[in-house]
Design a protein around this ligand. Sequence first.
Ligand code: NDP
Length: 282
Amino acid sequence: MGTIIKGKEIANKYKKEISDFVENRKKEFKRVPCISTILVGNDAGSMLYAKNQKRICEQLGLKYILNTFEENTKEKEIIDNIERLNSDNNVDGIILMLPLPKHLNEKYITSKISYKKDIDGLTDINTGMFYKGEKCFIPCTPKGIVKLIESTGINIEGKNAVVVGRSNIVGKPIAHLLLNKNATVTICHSKTKNLKEVCKSADILIAAIGKPNFINEEFVKKGAVVIDVGTNRVEGKVVGDVYFEKVINKADYVTPVPGGVGAMTTTMLMLNTCEALNRNVY
Ligand code: NDP
C-alpha cells in the first residue's frame, strides 16, 4: 500500500515559515504583508474563497483588505480601484476574484493589475515571464503541486511525468514547472489516444480533469507518484479525479481529496505575498 501525501501537514510547514517571516517583518520594519482582494457581485464560490483568504491571513498575521462592489458596478470604477491599489505602497498583492459579472471584460480588467502585485499569476505579463523562465509569481496550484511531489523525496529530474488536463490555470503551468525540473513531460487531454497506456508510462501522474474517480488503478504504473488536482462535488461530498482507494494499492504516493492539493493552494498565495513584499522595495 502506498503512502498518502498529506497536503494539510505540508501546508502547515509552509504556514509556520510564513508566520515567522511576518513576525520578523513586523519587528524589524513595523510592516506586515498585505493582500487586497476585489470582489464584484455575489458569486457564492468567490465569497467563500474570500472568507477563506481572510481566515488564513488572520491566522498567519498578514493584513487582508476586501474591496466589495455591487454586481452592476461599471468597469471604470473597478479599474480605478485597481490603479489605486497598484500605487498603494502598503498593498503587496492584489487578487481579482473570478468570474466577474457578465457585463465586465475579465481579460481587460485583469490586465490592469500590476504584474508586481499579481500574486495569483493571472496577468499576461506575469504569464509571459513564467513561460520565459523569468523571476515572477508562480501560479499557486502548480506551485503547491511541485512542493507536494518534492515532499516525497523523489528526484523529479529524468522522470516521466504525465499531466492529464491542459488548462491555463493547472495543466499547462504544472507541465512547464516539471519540464523546468528536467522531467520528460507529456500533456494529455480529451482527444488523447490510448490515454491509459500513456498514463501507465508515468513516474509522476497529475490528474487535472474535473471528472470524479476517472483515474483508476488501470491508469497507474506500480510505484508512481499520483497527484489529484480534481475537486468534484458528488452527492454533497468533494471527490477527486483519482479513484483513491484503488490507486493507493498500486502507487507509491497519492494525494487525497480533500487534504491534498487544495490544502496547499491558499498557503502558496500567502507565500507569493511574502515574496511580493520582499521583491517590491518601496
Ligand atoms: P478545465 O475544465 O479547464 O480542464 C480540464 C482538462 O481536462 C481539459 O484540458 C480537458 O481536455 C481535460 N479532459 C476532460 N475530460 C477528459 C478525458 N476524458 N480524458 C482526458 N482529458 C480530459 O479544468 P481545470 O484545469 O480548471 O481544473 C481541473 C480540475 O482541478 C477541476 O476538478 C477543478 O475543480 C480542479 N482544481 C483544483 C484546484 C485546487 O486548488 N485543488 C485549483 C484549480 C482546479 P480538453 O482541453 O481537450 O477539453
